[in-house]
Write a new protein. Structure first.
Length: 308
């Protein structure tokens, strides 16, 4: 009698969910495996810095429920890149867990302090790519609206960054009135321009002039009304719920609305330009290609960037 083949372990049948699991896999691996993956993603090295292409879903710092983070593997990564006596690498800036792209690490404490100061004093030019839901109008401009963190009162109270404008419209006559500045608000400035538009989405080039927490996500969602694709936190104000996507976007991505919750955030630190070297003499351009899931989405949505 023929024996039936052993059953393979249950894999979630939903491809969108499978992809989401695959993207989060680095959070679960052994720290040495993570360090190896980061080493493979190194795009530039000199005597002062190591530049990585940060993977998706990997937190920079540890915290409750976080198994792996970049900070924890910096000593191992330094040994893998140099030798067993290497000093641990130092963080120079941070990227959100879901953001991918250019991440600068310093080989010494002195270099780290010098580079952190460059970020603080806005001497680093940062260029991001994002896919937005909707088309910003106008297609190029500057969003300059202060931001503040607030608690959202809903069935699940939570904190979010939001806009704290300096002006509002008078309900009586529609005149623009200056309002008293929220003392906790931080000034936030973002340049943006549309590189391509299709399928109810746009590919944007973003340049944050300031570095406020979640600035690009909030300026796009609440300032321009065009949240970043896969940004489930800032697509609504009063609730935590998956992003609602236009019919044509779902069709091109071959997704049901119920699968939208598995879409990753499409925000990528594409280029950093900063003066490196002890005297800050050479301005260096550091670039990272977007991850394959970002490229796949561009293809599916027919956001053609051949001219870029």
């Amino acid at each position: 009698r023929r024996r039936s083949a052993p059953r393979s372990p249950q894999v979630p049948g939903d491809p969108a969910r499978r992809r989401a699991r695959h993207l989060a896999a680095l959070q679960q691996v052994h720290p040495n495996v993570l360090a190896k993956a980061l080493k493979r993603g190194a795009v530039y090295q000199d005597e002062e810095v190591v530049v990585l292409n940060k993977p998706y879903g990997l937190p920079v710092h540890g915290g409750p429920g976080i198994k792996n983070c970049i900070t924890d593997v910096l000593p191992v990564l330094a040994k893998m890149l140099v030798n067993m006596k290497a000093e641990p690498l130092h963080l120079c800036h941070r990227l959100d867990k879901e953001t991918t792209g250019v991440m600068v690490l310093a080989r010494s404490k002195e270099a780290a302090e010098r580079i952190r100061l460059l970020f603080k004093t806005r001497q680093v030019e940062k260029i991001y790519w994002a896919i937005s839901v909707g088309h910003p109008d106008p297609a190029e401009g500057v969003v300059e609206i202060p931001m503040v963190e607030k608690q959202v009162q809903s069935h699940q109270p939570h904190y979010k960054m939001t806009l704290a404008p300096n002006y509002h419209l008078s309900p009586e006559d529609g005149k623009v009135l200056k309002i008293r500045k929220n003392r906790n608000a931080e000034s936030a400035v973002t340049r943006y321009r549309v590189l391509a538009s299709s399928s109810a989405c746009s590919l944007l080039e973003l340049q944050p002039i300031t570095g406020v927490k979640h600035q690009l996500r909030v300026h796009l969602a609440y300032g321009l009304g065009c949240p970043i694709l896969g940004d489930h936190k800032y697509s609504h104000w009063s609730k935590l719920a998956p992003q609602k996507l236009p019919e044509i976007t779902l069709k091109r991505l071959k997704l049901e609305q119920s699968q939208a919750r598995h879409l990753p955030l499409h925000l990528h630190a594409y280029r950093l330009s900063l003066p490196l070297g002890a005297g800050g003499g050479k301005r260096t351009d550091l670039m990272c290609e977007p991850p394959s899931f970002f490229h796949r989405t561009l293809r599916k949505l027919e956001l053609d960037i051949a001219n870029e």
